[in-house]
Design a protein around this ligand. Sequence first.
Ligand code: SF4
Length: 617
Amino acid sequence: MIKEKLDKILLKVQKPSRYIGGEVNSVIKDKSKVDIRYAFCFPDTYDIGMSHLGMKILYSLKNSKPNYWCERVFMPLPDMEEAMRENDIPLYGLESLDPIKDFDFIGFTLQYELCYTNILSMLDLAGLSVYSKDRKDLFPIVMGGGPCVCNAEPIADFFDLFVLGEGEEVNLELMELALTFKKNGGTKQEFLEKAAQIEGVYVPSLYDVSYNDDGTVSAITPKCGAPAKVKKRIIADFDSVYSPDSFVVPFTQIVHDRSVVEVLRGCIRGCRFCQAGFIYRPFREKSKKTIVEQVKNLTESTGYDEVSLCSLSTSDYSDIEGLLCDITDYTDAKGVNLSLPSLRIDNFSDEVVKKIKSVRQSGLTFAPEAGSQRLRDVINKNITEEDIMKSCKIAFEGGYSSVKLYFMLGLPTETLDDIAAIKTLADKIIDLYYTIERRSKRGISISISLSTFIPKPFTPFEFEPQATKEQIDERQKYLLDIVRSKGGKRIDVSWSHYETTILEAVFARGDRRVSAVIYDAWKNGCKLDGWNEYFKPEIWDQAFINTGIDKAFYANRTRSYDETAPWDHMDMLFTKDFLISENKKAHEEKTTAHCREKCAGCGINKCLGKACFKYGE
Ligand code: SF4
């Protein structure tokens, strides 16, 4: 039925191969032998979602069980969504082309706050009510996972449940529970109450939130036996964590069109602005043997000629050089390229450069984040100018001639001197290049990418205000003026739009009342907000007016250490006291050593019942 309708519209939309399924390694099952059907929804386009490793892992994991069938679903672009609505085609799974409203689970991965309106569009296109309270039937259960769950309050009213932390085990536990309910019967409320007893499951309807007169949260009260704090799930034995042997290989080009192997989870650094560095703690890595095996399996099963090693900071792998030797023994023999997207500069050695020089690299990217050492100390980006210069020297000697530098504007305690230091640092890199490449006609290409600092929950900067638009405009202009001043060296500068970053800031630290803005903006036409071409700032502005929600209250306000945060009922296994002490150290311009050097006492080791690293060996 859907297939026939699709045949009529596919040639009228761009890149129809996004919408037809049938790719190599996609999983087709006999419906009569399947007990639980799961629609894995990525709330962005196929091109982005198909590049996402988490989706590949959970898709394969669920499908490894004979009686479970997981299908992929992506956000259609406006031309396709319009054609689907005109032709009464509900949102469907790419494998079966069946409507997802008939599935048992609809699971969204929440990677990025600006995808929230896409979730509403997808639920609506599926033919479901967007509010959880209006979906009375037991199935489908609408659930969410991924980093945004650490504060899912702004979208809590749309979801039945969330998974906090790593999903490999808990997803299967929820599917088992659903199977029991299918056999024995039960209501949605009964299912949710049982699900809330599974570690890592957060059922927002089982918590009442009250507010103080000043608008801050007064209390978050569990009911119906839900735990006072929802504890993050982690996979303790990471070396044996499920990893797919094959990936779905798309017909059309996607953002990251290659095999990807996860080498480690967590991060030993403690960059104070970085949510991922905190919420994915503790640091765990796979053995070299396991990683090389996975590289081989994926290369054989996908036919890709490129494999990427993925993590928050691949060069923090304990034996990165040994690992690269082992992998390149195989990839060189097979003619497969190896890419390493997340290298840190302070441990970017000669050996590593030699290993990656043989692979495709368009340029060198560094993220000092702040121009001055003072501000790098505030944010605990434990790298010095000397480290940066050393890494650049090795890279230039290795033949690189293009450098991209990432910085943030609006960091806590930032002054115009810190911004001027961005230009000084770029100039020094240029000078260094010409001392090395003196006789070469090849010029250096250097670009500065500026993002706006967004305070995120579960970081030491969760208490900090986001800089206002006026402050960011002033600082951008200051930098541009000095970069473009007479006699200045040629440096390209790009920056993010404040209108989207403030939305991200509101959603990141919002409470349940913020859902009204998301609903209003979506109802009036907002979706694909992470895409410049589809972002509609005037509708968002109107939505804030319509709902009486004050952006500045959520984004630009300093929060006291003792304020109840909307996410205080989430337990990420480290303590709030640790975040407070890190925040105080930031204001004292003091750094904290990384976890491999010295444990800073965040508290995760107590939950694990052992130290994260062996010290003094
Ligand atoms: S317990 Fe110590 S070593 Fe482990 S993540 Fe926390 S600070 Fe790092």
